[in-house]
Design a protein around this ligand. Structure first.
Ligand code: ASP
Length: 346
């Protein structure tokens, strides 16, 4: 079995410079700290696509390069592990899940909170277990057939995670989907949680790479006291194609006439409006309250139980596919690759 380990940067491979701040160091130096990689059953090849970077600098073009690198090598490798900074790992994982939909192989992102050279580092365990999970097979088929994130004993669906802590080793959470696997003394995979056993539209479809995105999207966080000028400016600014509104609770917003009026005007002018919740857990359920039903009636799309990261990336990715508004709406509300519970267009 062949696995490909792709190094992109992040804290995992950083060292302290003379001033004490962290900077990236090279792949060979990083791997010399983990000789255990050679003891795995699988042969592990290494790839660096660019000079190691802090993931805060990642752009959609980096997601596309990663997806292309994996797609073009998918005949030679049974699985892929990506070493990545934690800050934007949830965005990259979401993007790869759409770009590599139906690949049918493990693509596992991992990283660490402390650099690999530090004595108490979490890097070694994260890397070794991610590689072990990538080599899991049953009946000659990969056990994990989706883009996922491994961190601190848990494997999560990539488009369901967000970074919850800048300090704890347990840095990620998947509030609306159970972990795909837990690493204890043995690796326990929850088969019911895996993509191939679920309802996602990509299951059983042929793979075709789709890396185009269009980042003409913005986020508007609602808060008590937000006035008409702010909303008007957000809806009319800089040729955005879509605005994700971060609303209250299960998708509620002030049901005031001026707000309703602005929602309708913006959509008449072709802007796509999306309702995502400030609550990480549970998500949006638009008809629950009058304050959210007003959004549904005006045509605002519910982000359902998606993370903000998946919502933004899915929007960019769907805009990149050049769909008309009706098809955009259908695909946005659908469960394409495990990112949400599907909703029907009404
Ligand atoms: N700023 C770093 C990055 O995202 C943090 C990390 O690696 O955990 O690259």
């Amino acid at each position: 079995m062949n696995l490909l380990l792709i190094y992109t940067g992040g804290t995992v491979g950083m060292v302290q410079n003379d001033e004490g701040s962290l900077r990236p160091f090279d792949f060979d130096a990083l791997l010399s700290r983990v000789p255990e990689v050679q003891r795995l059953e699988a042969n592990v090849d290494m790839l660096e696509l660019w000079d190691p970077m802090d993931s805060s600098n990642f752009q959609p073009a980096h997601w596309a390069l990663l997806a292309e690198a994996i797609s073009s090598r998918s005949k030679d490798y049974q699985g892929f592990v990506i070493l990545h900074g934690t800050d934007t790992m949830a965005y990259t994982a979401s993007a790869l899940s759409f770009m590599l939909m139906s690949l049918g192989k493990p693509v596992i992102l991992t990283g660490s909170q402390l650099p690999i050279g530090v004595l108490r580092s979490d890097a070694r365990e994260n890397l070794m277990t991610a590689l072990e999970l990538a080599q899991l097979q049953a009946d000659n088929e990969a056990t994990i057939q989706e883009v996922s994130v491994y961190f601190e004993n848990k494997l999560y669906r990539g488009n369901r995670v967000y970074k919850k802590s800048s300090q704890a080793f347990d840095a990620f959470d998947s509030p609306n989907w159970e972990p795909l696997a837990i690493a204890g003394v043995s690796l326990h995979v929850d088969k019911d949680a895996l993509i191939q056993n679920g309802q996602a539209a990509c299951v059983g479809k042929a793979f075709s790479l789709a890396t185009k995105t269009n980042p003409k999207v913005a986020v508007l966080t609602l808060f008590p006291g937000m006035d008409e000028d702010i909303v008007r400016a957000a809806f009319s600014g800089a040729k955005r194609k879509a605005i994700v509104m971060l609303t209250y609770g299960s998708g509620n917003a002030p049901n005031q006439p001026w707000f309703n009026q602005l929602l309708r005007e913006a959509q008449d002018n072709g802007l796509i409006l999306i309702n995502a919740s400030q609550c990480k857990n549970g998500g949006v359920s638009q008809p629950d309250y009058a304050a959210s039903d007003m959004m549904r009636q005006s045509g605002v799309l519910s982000a359902g139980d998606m993370t903000l990261e998946a919502t933004l990336v899915k929007t960019m990715w769907l805009l990149g596919q050049g769909l008309d508004n009706k098809k955009f709406k259908e695909s946005f509300l659908d469960n394409l690759c495990g990112e949400r519970k599907a909703l029907k267009v009404d």
